[in-house]
Design a protein around this ligand. Sequence first.
Ligand code: GLY
Ligand code: MN
Ligand code: MN
Length: 431
Amino acid sequence: MTFAQTYPEHVATLQRGYEAALAAHGFDAVVLCSGTATMKNRFDDQAWPLSPTPAFAHWCPLPEPDAFVVVRPGKQPQLVRTVVDDFWEVPAKAESEHFWPSFELVEVKPGLAGDVLPNSKVAVITRDPGTSPPGTVNPPGLIAALDLLRTRKTAYEIACLVEASRRAAIGHKHAARVFQAGTPSELELHLAYLQASEQDDAAAPYKGIVALGAHTAILHYVAYQRHRISGDTSFLIDAGAKVLGYGSDITRTHVRGTGTGARRFQNLLAHVDAVQQDIVRRIRPGMSYEDLHDDAHHKLAVALRELGIGRGSPAELVERGITRALFPHGLGHSLGICVHDAGMKPRPPRPDNKFLRNTSVIEAGQVFTIEPGVYVIDGLLGPLQADDRRDLLDWSAIADLREFGGIRIEDNVLVEATGIRNLTREAFAAV
Ligand code: GLY
Ligand code: MN
Ligand code: MN
């Protein structure tokens, strides 16, 4: 099915959801602002590419500043565009034209959108409250309802995410080949990924995390080095692709070499990959995502024990904080318009899961990531070595692994009524 075929039903679904949310929160209309251009600095006459307000992007894939979607019960949605007469620049285009017929189009001169936007009992949803049109700006109850709508994906959104996964899988496979075939630098691997996935760095859903060796243990590493690395090493790449506003978010870890450290790391990598796939296989509607996160700790503890890296029982490794030092982040998060999208955190996680971004009950239509990892992060392991937990880890194994850094395996999963689709592994198998 094409985007043009699935988009009208997407808009009809949003219209129904928005009408219910407006009625529940006492508004007659909502104005969704794309956002205003953000200048890079005061001197260079250049703005950052627009990252639109998520509620706007949910309706409309036009990444254009000062555009507005107006939603009113029983009326066709309006798309209000600010037309700028400018010979210096042109706003980025959407990559497909399928969305225009779904809107009543209104064009205004700069600064005049206020003349055509509704102004009684109106909510305004914007990333730039300082330049908002009149209305109640970002009412929290309505925002929470609209965020929740984004967690139940329509067929159109799934098609966008499938294509975003396909492009990312091409990039990942190419980057893996470049790593295995030579001695590339981090910067070369980052550029190789972008070229193969046909995207500009600034248009990626999340700046690619591309790291070699010990840098792979730095969770959000983007300080790509230019020097080439030869010999035994590891390579972690956490990168996606964006299609019509929807991004994929995929991590793979690779290793090169035959030395003791490389073999140990390879073995651990195979175990983390198996744990990741075990967790994905368990997912069903009705489960709690936080239970999956807890299960990931248990499964990683079993793997660490089996590999001789962990020395206590699996229960001890979890309860005494060993797995939390090695796997400090959350198992995953909602995915769609934002890489860490909102709407799947109805309550805070337990204090011991403090970085977990998903505490929802799993339901059909959700798309989220499953991304367990194991990292040698000295700042987190140091306290264990300094107290009575030191005997729970094999420190010579940790020493072997240190220069290889860390491992993360991240897939994007769509929940269906009776199971799941692993959009990432489907894409890897297809490209
Ligand atoms: N790429 C960021 C994350 O995986 O959460
Ligand atoms: Mn992620
Ligand atoms: Mn990621």
